[in-house]
Design a protein around this ligand. Structure first.
Ligand code: PHB
Length: 388
């Protein structure tokens, strides 16, 4: 009886000691779980974001406010049910303090309820549909929104002699956002959208849509497809000879993505787009970023997704500095509200009212610089809000 009691008390003490020790250890490491498409049609998004996040850590160290940052990368292959399952595993098993990544809108939306329930901040580093951030109080965005990136293209078009436009977008959240923003802004400035065409997101075949656009004879064709699809779209645009028939090709910078642009060919020279990031952005911060990124990634050129990852880690580090290492999720989201810093893309901040990204949007022209194709910025619309 006596012996049993001793054993029991040792057992309880031992257990208390063990949990005490593990809690202390757990406090020292802050885990950041990035859920990204590392394989499948959006793999370039995962590759770029991971490289951006790792570059931030290489340049800023892996300790913040006395805590060691551990990055965990999970491949959702671009499937929303996988994103949700991985988010749950990261929260329950790995006890991550932050979720992040989300390469496409449906993937981000599937993680929202997990972040809300677990009270874990989820940093959107890619997805661009405007409404995503409002769907969970734990979402914060460091990427961009399509209304933000599109409106300047409509303004430029109206101011540069374009009277009629056909829009062609991918048929899901960001495409519909882009279509709507273009039409609203362009028609408010006196232009006319003749037709709004939508191509399927998966395995798109653009030929029939491009023929329809050509037959309508607009002054310009406005395009949006997500990162990774620009090259195949522009190849088909070239084959249909739209530009030769006098139709100006315009779009968001997702189409002239730095990840693919240099392989798209000289036919793109002169194409105008608007976007939040160009590898050719002329600032000391970006020159240093591009040089370090090329060196760390076997000469892969950084695109707009990479800065979503780089700045996503910046937001995470800055939030932890503000909470002095406290990993309470609600406090971390509060700490991210109102953060402002100079990114390789230019000045950016997290709007305290919406948790969405405020940043400059640039109008750019595809040009050959030192033998390579770049989006060369020529106009800046400062401090554009991501959502209202
Ligand atoms: C999105 O799915 O929200 C998305 C993905 C890639 C882009 C833009 C938007 O380039």
């Amino acid at each position: 009886m006596f012996r049993r009691q001793i054993l029991k008390s040792i057992g309880v003490a031992g257990l208390a000691l063990a949990t005490g020790v593990s809690a202390a250890c757990a406090q020292e490491v802050v885990k950041v779980g990035l859920i990204l498409p590392m394989t499948g049609p959006s793999a370039s998004t995962g590759r770029q974001i991971e490289a951006g996040a790792r570059l931030w850590m290489a340049q800023n160290g892996s300790t913040v406010a006395g805590k060691k940052i551990e990055l965990i990368i999970k491949d959702d292959t671009g499937a929303a049910d996988q994103s949700k399952r991985l988010a749950t595993e990261l929260v329950v098993n790995d006890k991550v303090a932050f979720l992040g990544g989300f390469g496409l809108t449906p993937l981000a939306l599937s993680v929202g309820p997990v972040a809300t329930q677990a009270k874990v901040p989820a940093v959107i580093m890619a997805a661009g549909t405007s409404t995503i951030v409002a769907s969970s109080p734990y979402f914060v965005r460091t990427s961009f929104t399509l209304p933000q990136n599109t409106a300047p293209m409509a303004q430029w078009s109206a101011a540069n002699g374009i009277k009629t436009v056909v829009t062609l977008v991918s048929d899901y959240g960001p495409g519909l956002d882009s279509e709507k923003a273009f039409k609203a802004e362009f028609e408010a400035k006196g232009g006319k959208v003749l037709e709004s065409l939508r191509a399927p997101l998966m395995n798109p075949e653009f030929a029939a849509f491009l023929q329809k656009a050509k037959d309508l004879k607009p002054d310009a064709l406005f395009l949006f497809v997500p990162s990774g699809q620009g090259a195949s779209l522009m190849k088909q645009v070239g084959e249909r000879e739209l530009a030769k028939s006098g139709i100006k090709i315009i779009g968001t910078g997702d189409v002239t993505d730095d990840d693919q642009l240099n392989g798209m060919g000289d036919a793109l020279i002169g194409m105008i787009t608007s976007h939040n990031y160009s590898a050719a952005h002329d600032s000391p911060e970006n020159k240093a970023y591009v040089a370090a990124f090329l060196k760390a990634n076997n000469n892969m050129r950084p695109n707009f997704m990479s800065v979503g990852g780089f700045d996503g880690m910046a937001a995470i580090y800055k939030a932890l500095e503000k909470t002095k290492g406290d990993t309470d999720g609600t406090k971390l989201v509060e700490a991210m509200k109102g953060l402002a810093w100079v990114s390789p893309r230019g000045p950016m901040s997290i709007d305290p009212a919406t948790r969405d990204v405020t940043q400059n949007v640039y109008v750019r022209e595809v040009k050959k610089v030192d033998g390579q194709l770049y989006n060369v910025e020529f106009a800046t619309i400062a401090n554009v809000k991501g959502s209202n």
